[in-house]
Ligand binder design. Structure first.
Ligand SMILES: [Zn+2]
Length: 240
């Protein structure tokens, strides 16, 4: 296991070659996942030095090298198993703070904290989204093509990880998407919504945006400057 795939290996076996004996012909996907590594994290597999796909059957005496998405696999000119970029996501119910961050940056993230696993997989398949989850079993599901397991438990660090994994920095478009419902925001004139504003907001703000989905009104208030600060912190993780 190369690169940061060690993260998925039980601590006793990290940094070492893992040996497995198989009683029958087994797909390389199953062998890798039996070691704890979900297949969407795997970008390149070499069996005895030759690239193979997940369905390749191992019969015996094989040396398997497994590379994650990133520098260690792009040094090879072979076809990669994972897509490098995707801008639409579906996240499991435990990643609410990551979801808000990604929406803040303008990314389309489907999220329902009550969604069952089958619903997440359905949304992923039908809307061509990458699955974000810290549920390893779910990520190993055969229908998952593209997905990512955030290593950190901290939402800001997870955000940086996702931007890095899916090469998203060039697609960041902040304050374009509703943090609550994921729909896009649209400029709206103050006169149109003035009835709905608190007295102080009415006095101090002139520019407003309204969610095209749930109707939530946004303006550059204190919430906005907090978000802007968070955005700057996220961006500070990437050299220009
Ligand atoms: Zn909304």
């Amino acid at each position: 296991m190369h690169g940061d795939l060690d993260f998925f290996i039980r601590s006793g076996a990290r940094g070492r070659t893992i040996e497995r004996s198989l009683s029958e012909k087994t797909s390389v996907k199953d062998v890798i996942e039996a070691c704890g590594v979900p297949h969407p994290e795997v970008d390149l597999i070499l069996v005895n030095g030759q690239p193979v796909d997940f369905g390749y059957g191992i019969v015996g005496g094989a040396a398997v090298e497994v590379y994650p998405v990133g520098k260690s696999s792009t040094q090879f000119k072979y076809k990669h198993l994972q897509v490098a970029t995707i801008i639409k996501f579906v996240a499991d119910g435990h990643l609410g703070r990551l979801v808000r961050n990604l929406r803040l940056l303008g990314f389309d993230v489907a999220y329902d904290p009550r969604a069952e696993d089958w619903q997440l997989l359905n949304t992923m398949e039908h809307e061509n989204r990458a699955l974000l989850t810290r549920d390893r079993r779910l990520l190993m599901h055969a229908v998952v093509k593209t997905g990512y397991y955030p290593r950190s438990q901290n939402a800001d660090e997870q955000t940086v990880e996702v931007i890095r994994r899916f090469d998203l920095l060039g697609s960041v478009a902040p304050f374009m998407r509703c943090l609550r419902c994921n729909a896009q925001l649209q400029k709206v004139s103050k006169t149109e919504i003035v009835e709905r504003l608190e007295p102080l907001t009415k006095i101090y703000y002139e520019q407003f945006q309204r969610c095209t989905g749930c109707g939530q009104i946004y303006w550059a208030g204190s919430h906005f400057s907090k978000l802007q600060k968070r955005l700057e912190q996220i961006r500070a993780n990437f050299p220009c």
